[in-house]
Design a protein around this ligand. Structure first.
Ligand SMILES: Cc1ncc(COP(=O)(O)O)c(C=O)c1O
Length: 374
């Protein structure tokens, strides 16, 4: 065995021993409580009519800066900027690319990036790959954030990084207080709206918009692979930030642009949200129904969340996997989230609610869980 093969074998054996070896599995037909398709756009053909006659071109042929730009991509950026009340929008190929590109481009070795401890891996990786210094603060704790800002007071440019809806806990960041602190300490606030897009705000415009904080936030990231039912992402900010990212964001510059069919899909998804009869109320009614069941069940370990992401912390890889497989055997697609995706002891069931789920399906989750606890 070569040293590299030895290294690989040891790492895999370590995962196997810890019970958290990741494997690709094909989803099977069952009630969907695991996808991020919160509005059912990806699975329910909701865009079919809007996509009639649209460009289905398969490839963009190059980077936006070379052969991959198009009128459709530029028009889409204008539509998105208008929809979210931002000065400008720049498309990226995924949320991962957007976060990496944005964070690495805007920071240099003097920058201090102050981030919530539960930030998504794409934000953490962006911070790690940047030349700046990362300061982590306790989840959603504005006093802890203030302490870090104080610590960084006499240092270089400060950037605060958070999600509006957290991907694993489903709870919401105290954006207003964070914006006030950003203002007080002359820091730039960056908000990842991946799980708020389509879900929060009357038109699904996200939390920054619906809270009227667009002028307080330096940059927002919206992704299209979740409630928007497509693929790709956008960074919202000033015209100057857009120009800067076109020049310095490596994950924008050195990659083939989104293909025409993707641009058509994202455009159709925004048209869908913009229709006068669009409503995400049904989804929020189901969330409220779910939360009432949580209350009634008196089961411990539920995270406090009013978003489509609901988490039941069980702890321990084997226990969570056993609970997930009992739910799967009952015809409910619910995933176990293991360490290292979440910290040790915080292993959980992650239950995603969708506009198309029914109250009967939700009831089934609770009857199955109560049998496990009995
Ligand atoms: C908070 C957050 N940001 C960014 C991403 C990455 O987005 P994408 O899947 O488009 O790469 C995700 C997806 O898992 C996420 O949950």
């Amino acid at each position: 065995m070569t040293p590299i093969e030895q290294h690989i074998a040891e790492r895999l054996a370590g995962r196997e021993q810890a019970g958290n070896l990741r494997q690709l599995r094909r989803p099977h037909a069952a009630s969907d409580f695991f996808s991020n398709d919160y509005l059912g756009i990806a699975s329910s053909g909701l865009l079919d009519d809007l996509l009639k006659g649209c460009d289905t071109g398969t490839g963009s042929t190059g980077s936006r800066l070379l052969s991959g730009n198009s009128e459709a991509a530029e028009q889409l950026e204008d539509i998105i900027a208008g929809f979210h009340k931002a000065e400008a929008a720049l498309l990226f190929n995924s949320g991962y690319d957007a976060n990496m590109g944005l964070l690495t481009a805007i920071s240099d070795r003097h920058s201090i990036l102050i981030y919530d401890e539960l930030c998504h891996a794409s934000l953490v990786d962006g911070i790690r790959l940047s030349q700046g210094t990362g300061y982590k603060f306790a989840h959603n704790d504005t006093a802890a954030l203030k302490k870090k800002l104080e610590l960084a007071k006499d240092k270089g440019p400060k950037i605060i990084v958070t999600e509006s809806v957290f991907s694993m806990d489903g709870d919401i960041a105290p954006l207003k207080e964070m914006a006030e602190l950003a203002d007080q300490y002359n820091a730039a606030l960056i908000v990842d709206e991946a799980h708020a897009t389509g879900v929060f705000g009357k038109k699904g415009e996200g939390l920054v918009n619906s809270m009227g904080l667009e002028d307080e936030v330096f940059a927002r990231v919206h992704t299209f692979g979740k409630a928007m039912g497509c693929h790709g992402a956008v960074v919202l900010g000033s015209v100057q930030l857009k120009q800067f990212l076109v020049n310095f964001a490596r994950s924008f510059i050195y990659t083939t642009a989104l293909p025409p069919h993707s641009i058509s899909n994202i455009t159709a998804s925004y048209q869908y949200l913009s229709q006068p009869d669009f409503s995400n109320k049904g989804l929020h009614e189901l969330i409220a129904y779910f939360r009432q069941k949580v209350k009634d069940s008196a089961m411990e370990g539920w995270k406090d969340s009013n978003s489509p992401i609901q988490a039941l912390v069980i702890g321990g890889n084997d226990s969570v996997k056993a609970a997930a497989s009992a739910l799967q055997n009952a015809g409910l697609q619910i995933n176990a989230i293991l360490h290292p995706t979440v910290p040790t002891g915080a292993e959980r069931l992650r239950i995603c609610l969708h506009a198309f789920n029914t109250k009967e399906e939700i009831d089934k989750i609770f009857t199955t869980l109560s049998k496990l606890h009995a």
